[in-house]
Design a protein around this ligand. Structure first.
Ligand code: SF4
Length: 273
């Protein structure tokens, strides 16, 4: 290990003891905020890009008022089709006024996401927590600080080149798991964000975000360690799955796997030229 790697490991809080551990000797946990155990062992070595499930194509633009779309797109117009036609300001306004699912009842703020537009990197988490709900920004507090360290460790500038968003824009009460109908209701906003931001690479953090974007029930453990191809409109974007920082705060051993995932993301991004 050279000095740069040692500094990166130190930034992630991974001690030298990790070099001596055999990852196959223990079961792997899933990367979700709830800390649910995972029975499936880690997949093989970091590998070549694959063609994994692709998101649905995003539809033709139409002109709609954002507040109308937040409630009802009008007769004959599907809500997801209406969202797929919004400009960035209209999308932001639509989210801030959205009352399309029950999560609007308990929120203090919607959390649209932060970062440059367009963005070279896009990070996608699950849902706002208490501090995010209060601040209106994603990944603040301890999980956000860990995420900042992880990004710095692979040479990524969070503020300058990374847009960070969640699948859900409103906080589930008590930080409970998102419900499928809530994910389905909110997901069109994320899909439109990806299409407008045109990221070169997407990093997905945690089970719900990975399952939502990849249209799968598979665990983080079985999805991480490889590059997925994800379609946004007519573009194919490399996508890497890793653990959620909030999960890593409670499951320190899996930081080593998250570090491997981020190195894979960095290598993949650099290979894009
Ligand atoms: S979680 Fe999403 S769909 Fe539900 S109210 Fe908030 S913004 Fe709307």
């Amino acid at each position: 290990m050279d000095d740069r790697q040692r500094r990166a490991w130190a930034a992630l809080g991974i001690g030298p003891a990790w070099l001596l551990r055999d990852p196959s000797a223990r079961a792997e946990a899933d990367g979700v905020a709830s800390g649910e155990a995972e029975a499936t062992p880690t997949s093989g070595p970091l590998s070549e890009p694959t063609t994994e499930p692709i998101s649905e194509p995003i539809s033709e633009p139409i002109s709609e008022s954002p507040m109308v779309i937040a409630r009802s797109p009008g007769p004959g117009v599907r809500r997801d089709t209406a969202i797929a036609g919004l400009s960035w300001p209209a999308l932001s306004e639509a989210v801030s006024g959205c009352r399309a699912c029950g999560l609007c009842e308990g929120r203090r703020n919607t959390v649209f996401g932060t970062g440059p537009n367009p963005a070279r990197w896009m990070l996608v988490g699950e849902a706002p927590g208490q501090q995010e709900d209060l601040s209106g920004e994603p990944f603040v507090g301890a999980a956000g600080q860990l995420l900042d360290q992880m990004l710095r460790a692979i040479g990524v500038d969070r503020a300058g080149e990374t847009f960070i968003a969640n699948v859900l824009k409103c906080r589930p009460p008590g930080n409970r798991d998102p419900r499928p109908e809530e994910v389905a209701c909110c997901e069109p906003y994320l899909l439109r964000q990806v299409e407008l931001l045109q990221p070169r690479l997407i990093v997905v953090m945690g089970r719900f975000a990975a399952q939502s974007l990849l249209r799968t029930d598979a665990t983080v453990g079985s999805l991480r360690g490889r590059v997925h191809a994800w379609r946004a409109g007519d573009r194919e974007v490399p996508l890497v799955v890793t653990y959620h920082p909030a999960y890593l705060l409670r499951n320190l051993p899996d930081k080593a796997k998250a570090w491997a995932d981020l190195r894979l993301a960095r290598r993949t991004f650099d290979a894009l030229g």
